[in-house]
Ligand binder design. Structure first.
Ligand code: ZN
Length: 330
């Protein structure tokens, strides 16, 4: 009888310990490598339906296209934008804590510094240059040398009508290479009708992953990740990664704008071509706080990926790419 009591008591204690562990356990860490730290502007802070690019309407140049119509609000439960910088910061901090998430963020320097101050261990700051008009090579080098910025991004010459291998950008890449700073370059889709709407210099052809070959050859120690995974140019992306062993991709942007079947098909293609260890999770976060979870659900729902493959995308690949200390995430 005594023995039985002891066994029962032991069981109660160990079940209790297990439950306490389950309650206290943090979610497995996530690294989002593509977050825009933006000031909330009333013009852009509109509701948005994820996966809205499911049909490309046959518009006409005589119609007056609007950015807001491009974002499409025609769904049951559109994502709500943050209405102020304070609301945004609160939501981003709360989400990072709850999801055990670290972000690589870039954009407005003031917003970025505020976020970094509020969550020093969860924010990895980046600084982007997309055209020589943004800043001089010297100013850029000084910014990198200050130690605040750990990443060069988002670099988006495609929107400026420039190839990433254009020599006018070479000095910036040389600085990043010299200082061992990883570089994120926008390659691929800009959404539907970008060239008509707001970005007259945008060219789809300048999102060709092959355009990176010259800059990679000139800077063999530079580590780059191709933002938006060069979508939809899977063949070129696979060929480029095959030839260049240090090139990674992120899934940002297209993960919440194109239909899920299309996103899964593209992701599956990259994984089955053997690049599961070179895919980084990224949102292309802008103004909608729930966008983090919306985008993550696309990876969670990818039943062609194993648990380990999902963990690689959400975390392990970014630790390796950014040379982070894994023990700091425990
Ligand atoms: Zn981008």
């Amino acid at each position: 009888m005594k023995k039985l009591v002891l066994v029962v008591a032991c069981l109660v204690v160990s079940v209790g310990a297990l439950m306490a562990q389950a309650v206290n356990r943090k979610p497995l860490p996530i690294i989002d490598v593509h977050v825009h730290a933006m000031k909330v502007s009333p013009g852009f802070a509109v509701e948005m339906c994820p996966w809205f690019l499911k049909d490309m309407p046959g518009s006409d140049p005589t119609q007056n296209l609007q950015t807001s119509s491009f974002l499409n609000k025609d769904c049951v439960d559109p994502l709500k934008p943050a209405k102020s910088d304070e609301e945004m910061e609160k939501a981003v901090l709360e989400t990072m804590e709850r999801l055990n998430m670290t972000i690589v963020a870039y954009g407005d320097p003031q917003i970025l510094r505020k976020w970094k101050k509020a969550a020093p261990n969860r924010v990895i700051p980046g600084i982007g240059v997309s055209s020589p008009k943004d800043m001089t090579v010297q100013a850029f080098t000084d910014s990198l040398s200050s130690g605040f910025y750990k990443v060069m991004g988002e670099v988006a010459p495609q929107y400026q009508g420039l190839s990433p291998s254009d020599m006018s950008l070479d000095g910036y890449f040389a600085a990043a290479e010299k200082l061992n700073i990883p570089v994120g370059i926008h390659m691929g889709t800009g959404g539907n009708g970008m060239a008509n709407l707001t970005q007259a210099k945008y060219r789809a052809s300048l999102g060709s992953p092959f355009l990176l070959e010259d800059v990679l050859a000139r800077h063999p120690k530079m580590k780059i990740w191709v933002m938006h995974a060069g979508y939809p140019m899977a063949d070129e992306m696979i060929a480029l990664m095959g030839a260049n062993a240090y090139v990674y991709v992120d899934l940002a942007g297209f993960i919440w704008s194109y239909p899920q079947a299309e996103i899964h098909a593209y992701l599956k293609r990259l994984v089955q071509a053997g690049f599961g260890k070179r895919i980084l999770y990224g949102t292309d976060f802008m103004v909608w706080p729930k966008l983090f979870e919306t985008s993550m659900s696309v990876i969670e729902n990818a039943d062609f990926l194993s648990f380990e493959q999902k963990r690689d995308i959400f975390f392990n690949n970014a630790v390796r790419f950014f040379r982070l200390d894994e023990s700091k995430f425990k």
